[in-house]
Design a protein around this ligand. Structure first.
Ligand code: F6P
Length: 330
C-alpha cells in the first residue's frame, strides 16, 4: 500500500548490472539526501527486473543504517535482457507511473545506462545515473564506484602470489576482471610490481614478451608476474602460450568474482556518498538523462549517451602506466 502526501516529490532508486563495492554507501547517501530534502524515496529491488515486476518499497533514513561498510547492494541487482525489449520497458514505465515516481536514480555501469537512456528518450522518464561498476569503463567520470576496491583486492592477491613466485622462481599469469577494459589490470599490475600487463585496448607481442623472460632469466631475474585482463584471454591460455614458447614452468590463476566483493575502500565510500547526494541535487535542479561523475575531484554531469562512449583520456593514461610498468621491470 502506498501512502501519498500531497505535493511530495518521489524518487525511486535501483542498482543494476554487476554489484560493486560502494553501491551501499551511495544508496545510503541518496536515501538520506532525499529525506533531508523532503522527498519520498523508494527502493526498487533486483534492478530493472524488479522494476518490471514492481518490487518497490519506501525507504527511510533508518533503512540504510549500518550499510556503509558493506560490499554488494542491499537493493540486490541483476542483468536484465528483458528490459532491453520494448515490452519490458513498457512494463517498467507502467510501474513508475503507478507509483507516481518523478525521477528514477540508476546506480550501474555501461549496460544499465543504455537502458536508462532508453527510458528517457523513448518513454519520457526522468532518470539520473550514478556510475557503479568495478570496470571503470564510463566516460564523464575519472572513477566509478567499486573500481578502487577491486584494484586493492586484486593487489592483495598479487602480493600473496608474489611470495610463492619469489620462493619457487616461477612465472605466474594472473587474470583479473574488467570486461573490455584494462583499468584493474594496469593498476594492480603496476602497483603489484608485475613485469608485464596485457589489456584489450593495447596490442601485445607474445614473442617479444617471451624474449624478455629469457633475457631476464639469463641475467638472474627469475620472478615474473604477468597480469592479463579477462577481455584478452584466460590466464591458462596465456600460460600455455608462454610455456609453449619458452619451455619454462608457468602457473596461472583467475581471481574472478572475489574482485567484486568486500568492504569498500575509503575512496569508494567517499565517491558513493558524493555521487548519491549529487544525484538528488541534480534531480532537485531539474536535470535528467545524465550521469553524475567526478572529474579532477569536482562533481560533473554527463549525458548517458556521452557517458557510454570510449574515453580517450583514460586510454592515454593506461598507455602511460603500461610504459612505466615495462620500464620498471628491468
Ligand atoms: O561489470 C563488472 C564485471 O565484474 C566485469 O568485470 C565482468 O566481466 C562481469 O562483470 C562478470 O559478470 P557476471 O557476474 O555476470 O559473470
Amino acid at each position: 500500500m502506498i501512502f501519498e502526501k500531497k505535493n511530495k516529490k518521489r524518487i525511486a532508486l535501483l542498482t543494476s548490472g554487476g554489484d560493486a563495492p560502494g553501491m551501499n554507501a551511495s544508496i545510503r547517501s541518496v536515501v538520506r539526501a532525499a529525506v533531508y530534502n523532503g522527498l519520498d524515496v523508494f527502493g526498487v529491488y533486483r534492478g530493472f527486473a524488479g522494476l518490471i515486476d514492481g518490487e518497490m518499497k519506501q525507504l527511510n533514513a533508518r533503512s540504510v543504517s549500518n550499510i556503509i561498510t558493506e560490499g554488494g547492494t542491499i537493493l540486490k541487482t541483476s542483468r536484465c535482457p528483458g528490459f532491453m525489449t520494448r515490452e519490458g520497458q513498457k512494463k517498467a514505465v507502467a510501474q513508475l507511473k503507478k507509483h507516481k515516481i518523478d525521477c528514477l536514480i540508476v546506480i550501474g555501469g555501461n549496460g544499465s545506462f543504455h537502458g536508462a537512456q532508453a527510458l528517457g528518450s523513448v518513454w519520457g522518464i526522468d532518470v539520473i545515473g550514478i556510475p557503479g561498476t568495478i570496470d571503470n569503463d564510463l566516460n564523464g567520470t575519472d572513477y566509478t564506484l567499486g573500481a578502487d576496491t577491486a584494484v586493492n583486492t586484486a593487489l592483495q592477491a598479487i602480493d600473496k602470489i608474489r611470495d610463492t613466485v619469489h620462493s619457487m622462481e616461477r612465472i605466474f599469469i594472473v587474470e583479473v576482471m574488467g570486461r573490455h577494459e584494462g583499468f584493474i589490470a594496469i593498476r594492480c599490475g603496476l602497483t603489484g610490481g608485475a613485469e608485464d600487463i596485457v589489456v584489450p585496448e593495447i596490442e601485445y607481442d607474445i614473442n617479444s614478451m617471451c624474449d624478455d623472460i629469457r633475457k631476464g632469466r639469463e641475467k638472474g631475474k627469475m620472478n615474473w608476474i604477468i597480469v592479463v585482463a579477462e577481455g584478452v584471454t584466460t590466464a591458462e591460455d596465456f600460460a600455455e602460450k608462454i610455456r609453449g614458447n619458452t619451455g619454462f614452468e608457468v602457473r596461472s590463476i583467475t581471481l574472478g568474482h572475489i574482485q567484486r566483493g568486500g568492504s569498500p575502500t575509503a575512496m569508494d565510500r567517499l565517491l558513493g556518498l558524493r555521487f548519491g547526494a549529487a544525484a538528488v541535487d541534480a534531480f532537485l535542479k531539474g536535470e535528467k538523462g545524465k550521469m553524475v561523475g567526478v572529474e579532477a575531484d569536482e562533481i560533473v554531469l554527463t549525458s548517458f549517451e556521452l557517458a557510454c562512449e570510449k574515453c580517450e583520456k583514460k586510454m592515454n593514461l593506461d598507455r602511460e602506466l603500461l610504459k612505466l610498468t615495462r620500464m620498471l621491470a628491468i
